[in-house]
Design a protein around this ligand. Structure first.
Ligand code: MTE
Ligand code: MO
Length: 250
């Protein structure tokens, strides 16, 4: 059958053009109005309240799909970079006495455990090579070694503690701190890490002990852990207070 063109009258064309233009103007006006409205809303932890609501909702939504069987992609050791980027240094003040360091674990009110680096190194070692992702937009395949947090928790009988909702980790000077939901800290790829590229962690990478948590963005990988505590409420979180997502899952 021969192709039949649909003709549109001059009048209809003008009408369609005017309607399209009006829709365009309305969209622009809504965008400007919406933007102004958003910026008039009160802040909640460093961002406008409606945005904070969306972040919290997304975190809750994606946590439904979290599973210990969902592993971050791993790579052969040969894929790991030798020059590992050093990003943040909050909470890593000068004058830190590494020789006197012990990991402080607050099991409960008045029950605090102190663990030395040698005691941590005596636990089964796990290595991981994965793509470390920073919220700023860069990523790097890097190689880490340490003890699984879940193995550590088992060894130190943190059974009732790990039934709570969150873990808080804080640097010795309290200048950087993160809160992690319990399923993520107990994930089989989450490490209390003391090695990078098969050698002790360099000072600026968090010596003597840092967190490596491949299911989260870089902001949660706290360097130079001083103390750990457990809580049912969200522990304070450095970047959350500055407008970022609390969950920060990948
Ligand atoms: N103590 C401390 N830990 C920190 C930070 C920091 O500023 N201080 N920055 C975080 C951020 S934003 C990222 S991306 C990673 C970077 O780790 P790297 O320096 O080993 O690359 O560390 C995280 N851990
Ligand atoms: Mo980051």
């Amino acid at each position: 059958m021969p192709f039949k063109e649909d003709f549109i009258s001059e009048k209809d064309l003008r009408k369609k053009t005017i309607i399209s233009f009006l829709v365009f103007i309305i969209c622009i006006a809504l965008a400007i109005f919406g933007w102004k409205w958003l910026h008039k809303q009160p802040d909640e932890y460093g961002t406008a309240k409606p945005l904070r609501k969306v972040l919290n909702y997304n975190g809750g939504f994606f946590s439904n799909f979290f599973s210990n069987d969902h592993l971050a992609k791993t790579y052969p050791v040969s894929a790991a970079v030798h020059h590992v980027r050093v990003n943040g240094s909050d909470g890593m003040s000068a004058g830190f006495d590494a020789s006197a360091w012990k990991l402080k674990v607050a099991r409960s009110e008045g029950d605090t455990l102190f663990v030395t680096l040698d005691e941590i190194k005596a636990l089964p070692k796990t290595e991981i090579v994965f793509d470390f992702k920073c919220i700023e937009g860069w990523s790097q395949v890097t190689h880490w070694g340490g003890v699984k947090f879940s193995d550590f928790a088992k060894k130190y009988n943190l059974t009732t503690q790990t039934q709570m909702n969150y873990v808080g980790l804080v640097t010795p000077d309290k200048g950087y701190y993160v809160g992690i939901d319990m399923p993520a800290i107990m994930h089989p790829q989450t490490l209390l890490c003391y090695e990078m590229n098969g050698k002790p962690l360099p000072m600026n990478q968090g010596y003597p002990l840092r967190l490596i948590i491949p299911v989260k963005y870089g902001i949660k990988h706290l360097k130079r852990i001083g103390s750990i505590f457990f809580s049912n409420e969200r522990p304070p979180d450095f970047w959350f207070e500055r407008g970022y997502d609390y969950y920060s899952g990948l």
